[in-house]
Design a protein around this ligand. Structure first.
Ligand code: DX5
Ligand code: ZN
Length: 233
């Protein structure tokens, strides 16, 4: 088995104050997050609405780390250029969002962004097997996408393990999205995940006025995951 990769914590701004994204992003970055996870929802692919490329472009100048854009929209292809132009470093599309995920991933890289592919909880790992040479990240949804604060779905841990084996030495991140907290982070880190998205578990108890709590939350999740990686390595 390959060496574990450094754990990255990617807070989801779905749990931030929507009227204050600039200061919220500065707060989580000052407090030590690695990436900023941006959840785009269309009210069609998922039963919730968030925002589009214009908001992404507006928050881009506030992000010093990595802008990780998770598209929960269908269709995806007509909007890829707009999110790339908005400054997304990584654009992740769902394998379930349309019949032509291969074309979608080509379009994401063609637009100059890194390409991610996401799997809903009901979708098997095998659905990305023939896509691994065209992605930089596989996102395993550990809740049904649409809302923050949902319960982690334990059955996805086995999927992470399968993906880790399937990916081998390829430089592909395994990202976990949904219900990540200090209890569940070690479970997925031990299974081979390296990027942990966390909304509620990072933003809980803190604010832009009291950002230290964001830092404590980030450190607690990171330490729990790193300890699990150490025992797995
Ligand atoms: C769910 C989103 C997640 C969500 C995670 O559809 O993709 O990024 O914000 O939120 P928590 O960490 O609260 O489960
Ligand atoms: Zn997400």
């Amino acid at each position: 088995m390959t060496n574990p990769r450094p754990i990255k914590i990617a807070p989801s701004i779905l749990s931030a104050d929507f009227a204050d994204f600039g200061r919220e992003i500065r707060a989580i970055e000052d407090q030590g997050c690695d990436w900023v996870h941006v959840d785009v929802m269309d009210g069609h692919f998922v039963p919730n609405l968030t925002f589009g490329p214009k908001t992404c472009a507006a928050i881009r100048p506030h992000i010093k780390t990595v802008m990780d854009v998770h598209l929960m929209i269908a269709p995806v292809d007509p909007y890829i250029d707009a999110f790339a132009e908005a400054g997304a470093d990584i654009i992740t599309a769902h394998v379930e969002a349309g019949p032509h995920i291969h074309r979608t991933l080509q379009a994401i890289r063609g637009a100059g962004a890194k390409a991610g592919v996401a799997l809903n909880p009901g979708t098997p790992a095998a659905h990305v097997e023939h896509l691994l040479d065209m992605v930089d990240l596989v996102c395993v949804m550990t809740v049904n996408p649409g809302f923050g604060g949902q319960k982690f779905i334990e059955s996805q841990i086995a999927k992470v393990r399968q993906l880790r084996a399937m990916i081998g030495d390829r430089p592909i991140h395994i990202e976990i999205d949904g219900g990540v907290d200090p209890r569940t982070a070690p479970l997925v880190a031990a299974a081979g995940a390296d990027v942990l998205v966390a909304g509620s578990a990072v933003f809980t108890g803190g604010s832009v006025e009291a950002p230290e709590r964001y830092g404590e939350n980030i450190r607690t999740i990171r330490q729990a995951a790193e300890q699990a990686q150490a025992s797995w390595a």
